[in-house]
Design a protein around this ligand. Structure first.
Ligand code: ZN
Length: 294
């Protein structure tokens, strides 16, 4: 495993331009790339690279002129050896808008009255028909609520694999005037929730804790997410599982169809990762959990 640090300098905000520090930090075109669309200069380094402390020193006092993100990267052997992998979708095209405000139905009888954690989907998944370009050419994708969508071919491979812990639902696109049209996609719905994670997890914060204790978790840009689970809690798992904790921004006033709901994370076995990889699915980070005693 190695930790990737990405520094994105906002070109037109940085006085003198990014070149004024790239040279002194020894960051050439091997690590510094211009992103013309975002108008940033992205420098990608290993956390252990000796150029990193020099670069960060040169960026002192420029807090508003750059972003810093850190994430762990793994070899296939490390992914293969993991008990479970957190599925993190980050495709550049973004996630497709879907869920309660687009027409997906939910049963809220067991959900938290304050945040909506525990909402149970009862219909097919409905996605915004205006955003279908986000799915174009992809084998798999996620919605803005981390619902996992797979193309029909990948769905077929999953169904034939004997993998456990999920069922499929249909996916429909909603159009203003033409109603709902079924898409050649399937939603993977997990049937198993793993127990709460170990407090030894790092890189996760609880922004505005709900009284239920289950929602408002989020990852952090500058600290890689490293989830830990007790060995006894992952002894009896399926190939597809979801986390007990629900993540993301929440805006729930009781009317589910006018709300922003939190969502759980998917935790899958390496078998699922292999099926996605072999199908050519891209845009996902697969992050091994750490198994701990407590
Ligand atoms: Zn709650």
């Amino acid at each position: 495993m190695w930790t990737e640090v990405r520094i994105s300098i906002i070109n037109d905000r940085f006085s003198g331009g990014p070149q004024t520090i790239l040279g002194p930090a020894g960051c050439g075109p091997d690590v510094a790339v211009l992103d013309e669309i975002a108008d940033t200069t992205d420098i990608t380094l290993d956390e252990r690279d000796e150029r990193l402390p020099i670069l960060l020193k040169l960026l002192e006092g420029h807090d508003k002129d750059y972003f810093e993100r850190r994430r762990d990267r793994f070899t296939d052997e490390e992914l293969e050896a993991a008990r479970l992998l957190v599925v993190n979708y980050w495709a550049l095209e973004g996630s497709i808008f879907a869920g309660p405000r687009v027409g997906t139905k939910y049963d809220m009888s067991d959900a938290c009255k304050h945040c909506g954690a525990g909402a149970r989907q009862t219909s097919a998944q409905v996605v915004d028909g205006q955003e279908l370009h986000v799915l174009e050419g992809r084998r798999a994708a996620a919605t803005c609520y981390n619902d996992l969508l797979v193309g029909e071919k990948l769905a077929g491979a999953l169904a034939q694999s004997g993998a456990t812990g999920f069922s499929f639902r249909g996916v429909f696109a909603a159009f203003d005037r033409r109603g709902h049209i079924q898409l050649p996609w399937r939603q993977i719905c997990a049937t198993h929730t793993v127990p709460p994670m170990s407090p030894r997890s790092t890189g996760v914060e609880l922004s505005q804790p709900c009284p239920c204790g289950r929602s408002c978790f989020s990852g952090r840009e500058q600290i890689p997410m490293r989830l830990a689970y007790r060995a006894s809690d992952v002894a009896d798992i399926h190939d597809v599982n979801i986390s007990w904790e629900w993540y993301g921004y929440v805006n729930f006033n009781g009317d589910v169809y006018d709300s922003v709901l939190p969502f759980p994370l998917f935790l899958v076995t390496p078998k699922i990762w292999r099926i996605f990889r072999d199908a050519g699915a891209t845009g996902f980070d697969w992050i091994p959990i750490r198994v701990v005693d407590e």
